[in-house]
Design a protein around this ligand. Structure first.
Ligand code: NAD
Length: 419
């Protein structure tokens, strides 16, 4: 599916949710577009003396409950439509998690693997100079996403503070702990995925202890999910990344696999494993499948062969609409992205709260137990909406969020009534 298709699909899901809720079309009209999207050309001096201009975006969707919040993605496949679709999904995600934020997203069209550290730093700083009037601790709070890490966020924060010397570090989350980052942020998205998988197992009467898991994508989220599920007793049996895949029905040791990836750059060739493709990973007879890479991975074709009881969408938009329909009809429980991967933004919220409280530090145990409460509560709310409306978990998450957004819009006088 093209990025335009992704945006259209998100809009269609909102329209259908508004219709199912019996709400006024004005609710849809408010939510179908971001409030604004800034497009910037970013000139960067390359190490060889050439000047390259990169295209970047920042999109802000609906600030019904608070400032905009969402990550910055650096990837050659970024498009304006993709950034806008992801900003809309951030509004819904923040609302499902009951965070006081609207949705935002940033993107730069660029393959950072071809760049030196110096070039990446110049790119990151120039992007933030272009955005500096748009973002702020109470306006729009960016965070990492694909190919952005605490190092890059550190450069971005530093650049922002040059033009805003009030030293409010809460303008970015996902920082290194030494400059105000929070304990546990790195694995927060994955830990959140593990908490909702635990809840789903409880509802379905499955035992997480000993349950088998396959994970597509072994970056920040894939690794965090694998580690956290292993901590809760599950057994990782297959993993793929952009360069290959590995499986071992007896189990893959997560920490050794992470060390292997750190040494070699890929899961491929991990000692004691057999190779596996992405397609074969989704067809494995496991209890839980976790797509943690990119959009549109579970197509209609792959949805037919999934054997897992639970698909936990750690990535954003990993299932096509046709794939989602097939999984629903095959009675496979899909924990949708706007619920499943909300742990990252929830701990980002904790980081923002810490900074707003003058840098008060929470312990890792405190962060994890608060995250558990947020994820478990959100899962329970969406599960209840699923029963109430008789729809899939994905539709339930959309309806739950849109119901709250519509009520918020009425309270603020944006629309006179929801129905
Ligand atoms: P990342 O760049 O750290 O990792 C991406 C992983 O996917 C890598 O292992 C890469 O090799 C793999 N991959 C890429 N293309 C692939 C392909 N075609 N087949 C198999 N594997 C492939 O990114 P991340 O931060 O882990 O993000 C992954 C997903 O999770 C994205 O959809 C992102 O939007 C979403 N997400 C991230 C966060 C976060 O906190 N980082 C929060 C919420 C959602």
């Amino acid at each position: 599916m093209s990025a335009g298709g992704f945006l259209d699909a998100v809009r269609e899901e909102i329209r259908m949710s508004v219709e199912r809720l019996g709400y006024d079309i004005n609710v849809y009209k408010y939510l179908r577009n971001p409030r604004r999207t800034l497009e910037v050309h970013i000139p960067v001096a390359l190490d060889d003396g050439r000047l390259e201009t990169f295209l970047g975006y920042r999109s802000q969707h609906a600030a019904v409950f608070g400032p905009y919040k969402g990550g910055i993605r650096i990837h050659e496949g970024v498009t304006k439509d993709e950034v806008e679709a992801l900003a809309i999904l951030m509004t819904l995600k923040n609302t499902v998690l009951d965070l006081p934020y609207g949705g935002g997203k940033g993107g730069i069209i660029c393959d950072p693997r071809t760049m030196s550290e110096g070039e990446k730093e110049r790119l990151s700083r120039a992007y933030i100079r272009a955005l500096r009037d748009m973002i702020g601790p109470k306006k729009d709070i960016p965070a990492p996403d694909i190919n952005t890490n605490p190092r890059i966020i550190g450069w971005m924060l530093d650049e922002f503070l040059k033009s805003h010397p009030d030293y409010d570090f809460s303008v970015f989350t996902g920082k290194s702990p030494i400059i105000g980052g929070i304990e546990g942020r790195k694995d927060a998205t994955g830990l959140g995925v593990a908490y909702v998988v635990r809840e789903a197992c409880r509802e379905l009467g499955l035992k997480l202890q000993g349950a088998t898991v396959a994970v597509q994508g072994f970056g920040n989220v894939g690794q965090g999910t694998a580690k956290s599920l292993a901590r809760l007793g599950a057994r990782l049996v297959a993993v793929t990344d952009v360069s290959g895949g590995v499986q071992n029905p007896v189990g893959l040791d997560v920490n050794s696999l992470i060390s292997w990836v750190n040494e070699t750059g890929s899961v491929a060739g991990f000692p004691g494993s057999q190779p596996i493709t992405n397609e074969a990973l989704f067809a494995l007879p496991v209890d839980v499948v976790v797509p943690a890479a990119l959009e549109n991975q579970i197509t209609a074709e792959l949805a037919q062969v999934v054997q897992a009881s639970i698909v936990a969408e750690a990535a954003n938009g990993p299932t096509t609409p046709e794939g989602a329909e097939i999984l629903h009809h095959r009675n496979i429980l899909v924990i949708p992205d706007i619920l499943a991967n909300g742990g990252g933004v929830t701990v980002s919220y904790f980081e923002w709260v810490q900074a707003q409280q003058g840098g008060l530090k929470w312990s890792l145990a405190e962060v994890e137990s608060r995250l558990d409460i947020y994820m478990t509560t959100a899962f329970g709310n969406v599960w209840a909406a699923r029963s109430r409306y008789g729809v899939s978990m994905r539709d339930a998450a959309f309806m739950y969020a849109i119901d709250r957004l519509a009520q918020g819009m009425v309270e603020r006088g944006w629309i006179s009534k929801a129905r």
